[in-house]
Design a protein around this ligand. Structure first.
Ligand code: BGC
Ligand code: NOJ
Length: 827
């Protein structure tokens, strides 16, 4: 069953009933001001940091789940009947409810008793405010007398403190109301120089700024007293819960539409110019007034909305495909890049599953998010890389997280996740391949942000590689540290105390726990560094990295192979993990995917065998589960992974981030059918018909889909903020469709199902636009060994870098070489 449908032309998902299995959310904003918004207008807003600069309140884990939002109410002043056009919070039976989630905006519309209301929510580019444009139409045959109320509940900035420190916070709230604009200025009197504003384009019949005055004592958002009785009380908040509500009266003739604009925004004043007049306690509003005045004009709003849409048209034009498979095309051309942008912006901070007060920016998460984002806005990717690398430790190791506002490493979590540094090499390599901007390697960046320690980024990468080499275990495999990619495989933890963090506790030392996964990632990263060194003419480093990669390959060959698949690790005591010897957790997905992706076992058939084991033991209709058999009890020596009930999260859930590694692995052994098959199993659009089971949004990837061992197989959790977005984009665009940026050109190396015929794609790359036509006869398989580029035939499958004069380059790629001839030859 579905709860809506895709509108690919408008690039929207159209939800047609409000009671989706879970709130289905979207994101507003893409620079400094952000918000999440659900299909019933729930959600909250923040400036840059979801913890430290939260504008509005949201109550996580509530009943209903989604409480707190950007609610408007309509009231029929003749009958006294009132409703929320977004269904929540009043939950009246609406006619024609739709929520159109688009790229950076949402439009919620409905009809009730002959009154249509449509609200567009979005953040204009370059601004730190959000627009709510409400259009109300009288579809009755008689005039209508209506009241419109807006509402928000302000957060007292620090979302963590706001949710806990009531003894203080119930006394500090302050607001101002001037010319119908509500200003929230808690703590502005002292150290803050920022405030929020909530404005309305219409003359007001009244307003409220004290929550209890608007809702009425003992009432909630579903029946505010102000709305029920039809007038506001012009309350001014002193402490308690500052909120904002405007009351506008509307007289509508039959057929008449009125447009009302509300603005919610964030503004800062210079620390020495906060008050007007100086010496008073009144906010100096001279800087913000013009912005407010501008965006209260409908034509400015319309232009800003159009600009947002053209921005996305431009971004989505960078990489497009027309394959004839609607799930591929829709995800590649619209939703997957959109999700990549959101994960890049948010990291793991704010979603329905991330409270905004939890984690900072993960070192590995950020590095991987970049893989799916770098082609969209390379300049921002560059900036992010410099931020991340500046938190690196002198050892080459990494703080596991850093804080977005300070850009400093987070001491609470610390370091010791031994995969972290290798990801930096992989992401810098991706940046270089996309842009060719080798100047980034010479950027002098500090270690641990310490002035005076600056070294070129190139040396940071060298230290990343050296970090692993300095930490090898008895089998010559990398020591795992606190965890590798799998945060829950905690082999040095041994926690017996409830509440101890599995990620930061190490109760035993002196162990020899090693990770086959890091070994494979190292082979990949060292190969990337060798290529980068080659480009710089540093032959010594290139040779050193290649030798280190081969040595690591040998260690994996000797100690990482279990007979029919790659082992996962060696535990504290040196015993294998992810081996047929174990009674639970015999096979894990991560080393199968990452080893083959890194090219290990391709020449000797082990890659194929490992992938066959994945198919036999791990593949389910809902995706490939992380391990089998699931852990049925807590294993002290394995850590958090065995805390989850079987089938959920890292304990045998379909942890979607890992699936694309296997897809890429399948393309490395030239099995396009398997690669696409796995791709479609977790593709959100392809799962749309299963919405009742899947429960998450059908337009974005989830971190996890419950596995076969779960009570609810197929149920998705933790949608939106996951490395799944970036890796699936890499798998489908670069490996399955095979359009892959490389240092010296654009590789056209599709590995698609046998049944596929021709397909076309467009890729903007290094300043040129490539129009690519892949020529393939249905029923055949093979590789591209010959290209026609602007009419000239080129042997091989690499389109050389464009000369500066070429704007549009026509490429024909012929899939005709039998697979057997090329498998051995693939890099
Ligand atoms: C989750 C992991 C996550 C970790 C972060 C664990 O509880 O299962 O997916 O990476 O927390 O701290
Ligand atoms: C989510 C974390 O953000 C990521 O860093 C980790 O790799 C996965 N969970 C797997 O544990």
């Amino acid at each position: 069953m579905r709860y809506g449908h895709f509108d690919d032309v408008r690039r929207e998902y159209v939800i047609t009933r409000p009671d989706t299995p879970l709130p289905w959310i979207n994101y507003l904003g893409s620079e400094d001001y952000f918000g999440i918004i659900s299909n019933t207008a729930g959600g909250y807003s923040f400036y840059r940091d979801a913890r430290l600069r939260r504008l509005t309140r949201y109550r996580y884990n509530n009943a209903p789940l989604d409480l707190g939002g950007r609610y408007v109410y309509l009231r029929d002043d003749a009958s006294g009947d009132y409703w929320s056009p977004s269904w929540q919070p009043t939950q009246r039976d609406l006619d024609d409810y739709t929520c159109r989630h688009g790229l950076g905006y949402s439009i919620i519309s409905s009809r009730y008793q002959g009154i249509r209301a449509e609200t567009l929510y979005f953040v204009p580019a370059g601004e730190t405010l959000e627009v709510w444009r409400v259009r109300v139409t009288n579809e009755r045959a008689v005039p209508a007398t209506l009241s419109l109320f807006s509402s928000v509940e302000f957060c007292l900035w620090d979302a963590q403190d706001d949710a806990t420190n009531f003894q203080r916070n119930y006394s500090v709230g302050e607001v101002e109301v001037e010319d119908g604009v509500i200003y929230h200025k808690t703590e502005y009197r002292e150290r803050r120089n920022h405030f929020a504003f909530f404005a309305c384009s219409e003359p007001l019949a009244g307003f409220d700024t004290q929550r209890d005055a608007f809702l009425g004592p003992y009432r909630s958002w579903d029946r505010p007293i102000g709305v029920e009785r039809g007038f506001a009380s012009n309350s001014i908040a002193h402490g308690w819960q500052p909120s904002g509500s405007h009351h506008v009266r509307l007289e509508l003739r039959p057929g008449e539409t009125r447009e009302i604009v509300f603005l919610l925004g964030y503004a800062e004043n210079p620390a020495d110019a906060k008050f007007d007049p100086p010496g008073s306690q009144t906010i100096d509003k001279r800087r913000v007034r013009p912005t407010i005045a501008r965006y209260l004009q409908p034509d400015v709003v319309a232009d800003a909305f159009e600009a947002l849409q053209s921005r996305w048209t431009d971004l989505l034009g960078i990489c497009r495909a027309e394959t004839g498979n609607e799930h591929v095309d829709r995800m590649v051309n619209i939703w997957n890049p959109y999700q990549c942008m959101v994960t890049f912006n948010m990291s793991r901070s704010a979603s329905l599953f991330e409270s905004g007060i939890g984690r900072g920016m993960g070192f590995r998460d950020t590095s991987q998010d970049l893989l799916g984002f770098v082609h969209l806005v390379p300049a921002r990717a560059r900036e992010r890389l410099l931020d991340v690398a500046s938190t690196q430790l002198p050892t080459g190791g990494a703080y596991h997280q850093y804080q977005p506002l300070t850009k400093r490493g987070n001491n609470d979590v610390g370091s010791g996740f031994n995969d972290d540094p290798a990801w930096l090499v992989v992401s810098v390599a991706a940046y270089l391949k996309e842009t060719g901007d080798s100047s980034i390697l010479d950027e002098a960046l500090p270690f641990d942000n310490q002035p005076g320690t600056e070294r070129p980024l190139y040396e940071h990468l060298q230290r990343s590689i050296q970090y692993t080499l300095d930490r090898l275990g008895p089998h010559g495999l990398p020591l795992i540290g606190r965890a590798d990619w799998n945060d829950c495989l905690n082999l040095n933890c041994f926690s017996e105390t409830p509440g101890e963090s599995f990620q930061t506790t190490e109760n035993r030392s002196g162990g020899v726990a090693e990770s086959v996964f890091i070994a494979a990632l190292f082979v990949l990263a060292a190969g990337e560094l060798a290529a980068i060194a080659g480009l710089r003419g540093d032959a010594a480093e290139a040779a050193r990295s290649l030798a280190a990669a081969s040595e690591m390959r040998r260690a994996v060959d000797q100690h990482g192979w279990d007979g029919a698949w790659f082992r996962r690790a060696y535990d504290f005591f040196g015993r294998p993990v992810g081996s047929a010897e174990n009674d639970e957790g015999q096979i894990f997905i991560e080393p199968q995917g990452m080893c083959v992706l890194a090219g290990i076992g391709i020449d000797d058939g082990r890659a194929r065998t490992a992938l066959d084991s994945v198919r036999e033991r791990l593949a389910t209709p809902h995706g490939i589960v992380l391990l089998q058999p699931a852990f049925t009890r807590y294993h002290l020596h394995l850590g958090e992974i065995s805390t989850y009930p079987g089938g959920y999260k890292e304990n045998a859930g379909v942890f979607c981030h890992t699936n694309p590694w296997v897809m890429i692995g399948e393309t490395r052994v030239r099995n396009g059918d398997a690669a696409l098959d796995y791709y479609l199993r977790i593709n959100p659009s392809a799962r749309e018909d299963l919405s009742e089971t899947h429960r998450g949004e059908p337009y974005v990837y989830a971190q996890m889909i419950a596995g076969a061992d779960a009570a609810t197989p197929g149920e998705a959790k933790n949608t939106w903020l996951t490395g799944t977005a970036a890796w699936n984009f890499v798998a489908i665009s670069q490996w399955i469709l095979g359009i892959r940026p490389e240092h010296d050109g654009l590789r056209i190396d599709p590995c698609v199902p046998v049944a596929w015929g021709d397909f076309t794609a467009t890729r903007r790359f290094r300043g040129a636009t490539y129009r690519i036509a892949v020529r393939k006869r249905p029923g055949t398989s093979g590789c591209v060994t010959r290209l026609r580029v602007d009419g000239r035939t080129i042997e091989g499958n690499l389109v050389p870098l464009p000369s500066s004069t070429e704007a549009v380059i026509e490429v024909e790629a012929f899939v005709d070489a039998p697979v057997e001839d090329v498998v051995e030859a693939t890099p």
